[in-house]
Design a protein around this ligand. Structure first.
Ligand code: NZQ
Ligand code: ZN
Length: 388
């Protein structure tokens, strides 16, 4: 039976060529002081920084900068950002970058007026925000996480060897996000395909649960088909506007809470991937691709009908004269072939993980129920081992 839910997504999107113009409608809603947050410098090289600064200046904003947000942002960097936001008396935090920059901006936004230890409050105890939140807006330059239209904020604590995501409520979602597919054209191929697999994993981890006839699953199948198709085109020609636009739009819908509605989810590929990330600092989507096939092979026997449906509806497997199980496995085989063709990382060794890290990664994996099989720590170990 489809579960009860509430649904609200407050983020306003500006999508397409020239979408940055949308800032002119948004900026007047906020005070003068803008904390401009970005990463390691790609936005300076590709000209996006200059374009954003020009719009901010045209709107009479005082710009305070917070640069150098690293992929997989750390709690130390968040604390630094909080100090900058306080010193700037920021009225708006404008994140210009990928998921790391957007996630970081949200973490700063809920911490500026927080007197408690922010790691303990948000990433250990998962408490709600109990202070004023500084509004966040995003200009997205790298596609995958869905951070542009959700409350997720994933922060790494190297000292504790933990990478943890807090899913904040609607008050923390970006107020607006600018999505111009052309802003993603300079993303290196490795990052592009990593983002594509991140999207795929988001959809699959919401799809593979439940046995009911849920509309969310039909939406997921449509998104998956679009993603698979567009990814093949983008892999051949990264400058194909239509393909990159579809990937961008799919990413947003993959993780803006819609397709999880009425479903239970355990997010175990992400939980295991985050443990790998905590130990290796590897690119997020690749931590997921590296552990996915062993994970899906482990849970397939517990959800065979859904895996067979996936094989037929998403991968076009012909079920005639085959057992349900055979159809299900053929779907996974086609998925694996597609992953290899794209050039995704298929094992942990390529991410710099070693067997000495195994115990720690098992320990660091947060456990959840809600999928076809409630994993034990031994299952996590088996998935990780099979991923070497
Ligand atoms: O730092 P710069 O120099 O900007 O370079 C970045 C970075 O090195 C580069 N890049 C971004 N846009 C570019 C570009 N290079 C050239 N041209 C452009 N237009 O790409 C690299 C990766 O960026 P990053 O933001 O780290 O990638 P992504 O968007 O994949 O974000 C990953 C982070 O998001 C978290 C991940 O765990 C990870 O920490 N996630 C957030 C989620 C959420 N908010 O809901 C869910 C996801 O599952 C994920 O966990
Ligand atoms: Zn992800």
């Amino acid at each position: 039976m489809i579960g009860n839910f509430t649904y609200c997504n407050p983020t306003k999107l500006y999508f397409g060529k020239g979408a940055l113009e949308g800032l002119n409608s948004e900026l007047p809603k906020y005070g003068k002081n803008v904390l401009l947050v970005y990463g390691g410098g790609s936005v300076k090289r590709n000209g996006i920084y200059d374009k954003v600064v020009a719009v901010l200046k045209a709107n009479g904003k005082e710009i305070y900068e917070d640069a150098g947000v690293m992929p997989n942002p750390t709690i130390e960097k968040v604390k630094e950002g909080v100090e900058r936001a306080r010193a700037a008396n920021a009225d708006l935090i404008l994140a210009v970058g990928g998921g790391s920059v957007c996630d970081y901006a949200k973490a700063v936004s809920v911490s500026v007026h927080c007197e408690e230890d922010i790691w303990e409050k948000y990433f250990v105890r998962f408490e709600d925000v109990s202070c004023k939140v500084v509004p966040v807006g995003c200009v997205l330059t790298m596609v995958g996480t869905g951070s542009e239209m959700n409350g997720g904020s994933v922060i790494t604590n190297h000292e504790k060897k933990l990478k943890i995501g807090h899913v904040f409520g609607e008050n923390v979602y970006p107020k607006f996000s600018v999505l111009d597919p052309e802003f993603t054209f300079t993303v290196p191929r490795y990052q592009m395909i990593s983002g594509i697999y991140d999207i795929m994993s988001h959809i699959l981890e919401q799809y593979f649960s439940g046995t009911d006839d849920n509309t969310s699953d039909y939406l997921s199948e449509g998104l998956l088909r679009s993603l698979i198709h567009s990814a093949e085109i983008a892999a051949e020609d990264p400058l194909d506007y239509e393909a990159r636009s579809n990937i961008m739009w799919t990413a947003t819908w993959a993780l803006n809470t819609l397709i999880a509605k009425g479903k239970t989810t355990d997010w175990m590929v992400h939980k295991i991937g985050q443990a790998v990330g905590a130990y290796t600092d590897a690119t997020h989507g690749m931590t997921l691709s590296a552990v996915s096939m062993p994970y899906y092979r482990l849970i397939l026997p517990y959800g065979t009908p859904k895996f067979a449906r996936y094989a037929v509806n998403v991968w076009g497997v012909d079920p005639a004269n085959k057992t349900e199980e055979a159809v299900a496995y053929e779907g996974l085989k086609r998925m694996e072939a597609w992953m290899k063709k794209l050039g995704l990382v298929m094992n942990l060794t390529d991410l710099g993980a070693t067997r000495e890290m195994l115990d720690g990664m098992v320990e660091s994996t947060l456990m959840n129920g809600g999928g076809y099989k409630v994993l034990s720590k031994e299952d996590v170990r088996a998935v990780l081992l099979a991923s070497f």
